[in-house]
Write a protein that binds this ligand. Sequence first.
Ligand SMILES: Cc1cc2nc3c(=O)[nH]c(=O)nc-3n(C[C@H](O)[C@H](O)[C@H](O)COP(=O)(O)OP(=O)(O)OC[C@H]3O[C@@H](n4cnc5c(N)ncnc54)[C@H](O)[C@@H]3O)c2cc1C
Length: 140
Amino acid sequence: MTNKKNLIVVGNGMVGHKFLELMVQKDVSQQWNLVTFCEEPRVAYDRVNLSGYFSGKTAADLTLVEPGYYQENNIQIHIGDRVVAIDRDNKKVRSANGVEIAYDKLVLATGSSLTKTVLLAILIYMRSANALFIIIASLV
Ligand SMILES: Cc1cc2nc3c(=O)[nH]c(=O)nc-3n(C[C@H](O)[C@H](O)[C@H](O)COP(=O)(O)OP(=O)(O)OC[C@H]3O[C@@H](n4cnc5c(N)ncnc54)[C@H](O)[C@@H]3O)c2cc1C
């Protein structure tokens, strides 16, 4: 039996990973089980430099996570698994793969997504004839 509490971080992007690094630095492992869900098929990477893919950078170049980091620090990571439900009454999350875990603290580090409205605003700002075509394409 363990008296440790569960801290679940939903999203393993730049913010979710940094948060976990800070938890490791603060040495919370005696009090907390750290768990994270990573919707993408790989651990956190430098999204800001994502365009480096076009100039030959690899996933290994962009990764923010040293190989074995999560295992060495007893962080349970669910790669390629999206949290699809949060049951706030019973303090549980459920993932697309059917994993259900109770939490004591829940951190949502899921980033943001581009809506069609935002896309439209950006493209109108660009004011090019091509943009108009892309706007229409994005709406259908
Ligand atoms: C090409 C590019 C260039 C950029 N340049 C800059 C820059 O110069 N300066 C700057 O400040 N910012 C820049 N940004 C933005 C920057 O990348 C974001 O601000 C940053 O990635 C936000 O980090 P985050 O962890 O909040 O979100 P994200 O990096 O989006 O990570 C969130 C993660 O959560 C996952 N997720 C979402 N929902 C769930 C769920 N239900 N279950 C499990 N996982 C989930 C997502 O798949 C994702 O992996 C750039 C972005 C791009 C794409």
